[in-house]
Ligand binder design. Structure first.
Ligand code: GLA
Length: 384
């Protein structure tokens, strides 16, 4: 059974009524890492790993959620919303976002579940918040736009989960389109769709199975380092509102005023914003070899300069680089400290590549990596 069939059938058994069915995809990111909260460019896409929701109003003031995957229920009222690290806090954060806009939600029953690997850097929490927001919007006819829903979902991460994330994940989950990536300008919040037709090349994710406990505090620290760089650059050039507005010369001028750590973090971001724009041009020109080289460059920047990689991700990317022309590009994907690497691999070499990666990874780290071939899909939507 698909996740959608499972949640639909359980919902009908439990509640004896017809639910609204919603699908909310996870995302990959081809290139443009940690650039979203610096107002730069990102290139994500929604993928066929997703969460499914069966949901209906219940004519009470109670919000009842049942997670099929965790076999766990949780209920709350709008007067009881609070922050925390549990999945239910994300739901509360979304409800709070609607409340904050002055929209009156009423109680619902919801069964949800899916197949996005958690902690793998595919944004299961963004899919969770985007899917729940979409369902509220449909059920209570609020007519919010997808951008408003993305902002509510992002706010839930900030205020109810304590991660000061950018908007890439929520945006990709809501705006994804089949066979396309998004080139999103995080300053204007406008996007263009880039058709992805790699033909003989596959997008392969390799899950390191590393989940970093401190990832959210390290993420917030990186963001603070970028803000510090901007505040120093602003003294010389007040028009700079974010690292998107700065170039390497602007940064060089403040080198004596910032720590070496802040300097190198800001340098990586300025380079990554430029690299993402160059990568978009290469993709449009169908130059996948050039595009892949940009991915490798991003990885080593993330590792050596931004310092959000880990030995396992570095190992996998070095192995990809040593594989020759069958692997066009690879890099760690998402916030960092593990999760998945994203690899562009020739279809004819997939078996050889996965066999070699498995063998060498197990020999070095005593654990099996997981492999996911992903398809690019439509963003959050209702299923009839
Ligand atoms: C996480 C955040 C995103 C983005 C990436 C890094 O996924 O949620 O907003 O910053 O990390 O690119």
């Amino acid at each position: 059974m698909t996740p959608l069939q499972s949640v639909a059938s359980l919902f009908k058994d439990k509640f004896k009524k017809e639910p609204l069915l919603v699908v909310a995809p996870g995302r990959i990111n081809l290139i443009g890492e940690h650039t979203d909260y610096n107002n730069g460019f990102v290139m994500p896409a929604a993928v066929d790993k997703h969460l499914a929701f069966a949901v209906a109003p219940n004519d009470t003031d109670q919000f009842n959620f049942y997670s099929l995957d965790f076999n766990e229920s949780f209920s709350f009222r709008l007067s009881e919303l609070k922050a925390g690290g549990h999945w239910s806090n994300y739901m509360m954060g979304v409800a709070d976002g609607f409340k904050d806009l002055g929209l009156s939600l009423a109680g619902i029953d919801c069964v949800f579940g899916g197949n996005i690997p958690t902690g793998a850097g595919m944004s299961s929490s963004a899919a969770l918040c985007s899917g729940v927001g979409f369902a509220f919007n449909e059920l209570f006819h609020f007519n919010l736009t997808r951008l408003q829903l993305a902002k509510i979902a992002q706010r839930a991460e900030h205020e109810f989960a304590g991660v000061r994330c950018g908007i890439m994940d929520q945006y990709a989950s809501l705006f994804g389109q089949s066979n396309s990536a998004l080139l999103l300008d995080c300053r204007s919040l406008q996007h263009e769709y880039l058709p992805i037709n790699f033909q003989d090349v596959e997008i392969l994710l390799i899950d390191t199975k590393v989940k970093h406990e401190l990832a959210s505090s390290a993420y917030n620290q990186r963001r603070a380092a970028c803000e510090e760089g901007v505040s120093k650059i602003q003294h010389n050039k007040p028009s700079v509102q974010s690292l998107r507005d700065a170039d390497l010369k602007d940064l060089e001028l403040v080198r004596p005023l910032v720590s070496p750590d802040v300097f190198i973090k800001c340098q990586f971001i300025i380079q990554e914003i430029a690299r993402t724009q160059q990568a978009a041009q290469l993709l449009k020109a169908n130059d996948l070899i050039g595009f892949g080289k940009k991915m490798f460059a991003t990885h080593w920047g993330l590792s050596k300069k931004y310092e959000v990689s880990c030995p396992e991700s570095d190992f996998l990317v070095a192995l990809a680089e040593s594989f020759g022309s069958d692997v066009l590009g690879a890099r760690q994907m998402g916030g960092g400290f593990g999760g998945c690497t994203i690899n562009l691999v020739k279809k004819t070499a997939i078996q050889k590549y996965t066999a070699k990666v498995s063998k060498e990874y197990v020999a070095s780290f005593k654990k099996e990596p997981d492999f996911y071939s992903v398809m690019l899909m439509q963003g959050v939507h209702a299923e009839l």
